[in-house]
Design a protein around this ligand. Structure first.
Ligand code: GAR
Length: 218
């Protein structure tokens, strides 16, 4: 696809939705050739639903089923159906705290993107900022990656480093990570929507004109 297509995004989130807002604002400003067509959440009272509705974007709570860390088969089918009904061509996980597998990924092959608050492969899983702080690393960061069958293992699109301060708390560190997230997620999405990229091993590389596609040098 070319950068002139207006893509339709489906966003899944379980939390307050600040990454969703960053994406929606970038779309509205014309810096991403897309619009958010639907927002889905597994948490009825999640802030992301209210923030989407306030922007006039359809937003639905879809019950996840009985498991704590994944969707059951029926729920997965309901999520796929809602995304297909909204005719989305990319699915963005923005703080969606359940693992998506098999049928869901087959419905959107290579078109599911996630943001994770660490420099993967370090600190996959929950509360990665707390893991980094407890481990004692001096630098952590944010990763945007394509989703595959593993947990936080898919090809890496972009990463941004964030220094850890001696006096950081989990809250101050997560706050700084989120500021990086809000720049990194739209930038990573823009690369993918340009179509000028390829997967090489575990890395997504830009194939467009120099300086436009790949990870900017620090
Ligand atoms: C973000 O920090 C995101 O990286 C994290 O949840 C937060 C959601 O914030 N995701 C994960 O930890 C996924 N493993 P938001 O609701 O304000 O976008």
């Amino acid at each position: 696809m070319t950068g002139e297509t207006t893509h339709r995004l489906g966003v899944l989130g379980s939390g307050k939705g600040s990454n969703f807002v960053a994406i929606a604002e970038a779309c509205a400003a014309g810096s991403i050739p897309a619009r958010v067509a639907v927002v889905l959440s597994d948490v009825a009272e999640a802030g992301i639903l209210g923030r989407a509705r306030a922007l006039g974007i359809p937003a639905h709570y879809l019950p996840p089923g009985p498991y704590r860390t994944k969707l059951d088969e029926a729920a997965e089918a309901a999520y796929v159906a809602a995304l297909k009904a909204a005719a989305v061509d990319w699915v963005l996980l923005a703080g969606f705290m359940r693992i998506l597998k098999g049928a869901f990924l087959r419905a959107f092959p290579g078109r599911v993107l996630n943001i994770h608050p660490s420099l993967l492969p370090a600190f996959p899983g929950l509360e990665a900022w707390r893991q980094a702080l407890e481990y004692g690393v001096k630098v952590t960061g944010v990763t945007v990656h394509l989703v595959d069958q593993g947990v936080d293992t898919g090809p890496i699109v972009r990463q941004g480093a964030v220094a850890i301060h001696d006096d950081d708390t989990p809250e101050t560190l997560h706050h700084r990570l989120q500021q990086t997230e809000h720049d990194l997620y739209p930038a990573a999405l823009n690369l993918l929507l340009s179509g000028q990229w390829a997967v090489r091993g575990r890395r997504v590389v830009g194939t467009g004109p120099a300086g436009k596609g790949g990870q900017p040098q620090p």
